[in-house]
Design a protein around this ligand. Structure first.
Ligand SMILES: [Zn+2]
Length: 76
């Protein structure tokens, strides 16, 4: 790897364990609502956590926040 590749590699988030959001499988309206919710800064991670819990998914707000920032293993 050349030095630019090295610099780019260091800029990428470190790969951690699989993201808790990767285990969330929703369909139809719920899936679309989740995408809109994740993209909307007015919707808090805690609100998303409660919303997901009602659908049977236990994801911490910390995991949701990290996923939103793209610092999880979902992003390559
Ligand atoms: Zn993620």
């Amino acid at each position: 790897m050349n030095s630019l590749d090295e610099l780019r590699a260091l800029s990428r988030p470190r790969k951690g364990p699989p993201c808790g959001m990767a285990a969330v499988h929703l369909q139809g309206d719920d899936w679309e609502t989740l995408q809109v919710g994740l993209a909307d800064p007015a919707i808090t991670a805690k609100a998303l956590m409660a919303w997901l819990a009602k659908r049977g998914f236990t994801v911490s707000f910390w995991t949701i926040a990290r996923h939103r920032r793209g610092e999880c293993a979902c992003k390559s």
